[in-house]
Structure formats: C-alpha cells, structure tokens
Design a protein. Structure first.
Length: 137
C-alpha cells in the first residue's frame, strides 16, 4: 500500500472517530447519573484510548515522515496542526476526563468536554482535508 493512501486513511479514521465522539458519545454523557457515568467512564477511557492512541501515534509518525521526505508548506502545516491536536488532547481533554471521574457534580465538566472537543474535531477534519490536498487525491 502506498504510504500516502495509508496517511489519508489514518486521517480519515480519526475524523470519523472524532465525529462519533463529538456528536454521539460525549453528548450521551449528559444522560448518565453521576454514579453510572463514573462507572462507565473508567471503562470508556480504556477502550477509546486503545483505538485513538495508535491512530494518533501513527498520524504523528506519518506527519513527521512527510515533512522529512516531502518538505512542502502543506506538510509543515499538517504537522503543526497534528502537534497542536496532541497538546489540546493532553493539556485540555485528558484533564477534563480526570475531573469527570473525580468531581461529585461533573455536569460542568461534561459540558466543557463537548465544547472544547470542537477544537480537535475541526483540527482533525482540517488535517484530513489538507492531507488529501497534499497528495492530490
């Protein structure tokens, strides 16, 4: 398989995943009681991490590879957005998930999770679009 196709497929997988998270999974958190959400959230975090982390690592690796082998403006822009998405994930999203598990009344964090996740949703959609443009697919 051509590496460019793999790169676009990984980016597409992250877009599909983040759209499902943004429109289905995170909003469903509003309907859980505190006890039920805390119980489910621990399971959810492990399962979603097993899916999203390998995709994110692959995306990062392929973005770095693209800059190294095809150093054009789009490749640098994509890598910048990928790095930004990592920063947002680990400095904003992950701590919010921690607050959902720790706090007695987590509704404000559930709302914050949905609102701040728009940044990653837009970022991954932009990465996918730019990667398609970069390869002329």
């Amino acid at each position: 398989m051509d590496i460019s196709i793999l790169y676009v497929m990984v980016n597409l997988a992250l877009v599909v995943l983040i759209l499902m998270v943004q429109f289905i999974i995170y909003p469903s958190f509003y309907f859980y009681s505190e006890i039920d959400l805390k119980r489910w959230h621990q399971i959810y975090k492990v399962r979603i991490t097993a899916i999203v982390l390998p995709l994110m690592v692959t995306q990062l690796f392929l973005s770095i590879r693209e800059v190294y082998f095809n150093a054009n403006a789009l490749a640098y822009i994509i890598l910048f957005i990928v790095l930004l998405t990592w920063i947002i994930t680990f400095l904003i999203s992950v701590p919010i998930h921690g607050s959902i598990e720790r706090e007695e009344n987590s509704m404000q964090y559930r709302i914050k999770l949905v609102r701040t996740n728009w940044i990653r949703t837009v970022s991954w959609a932009l990465i996918m679009i730019l990667s398609i443009l970069n390869y002329g697919i």
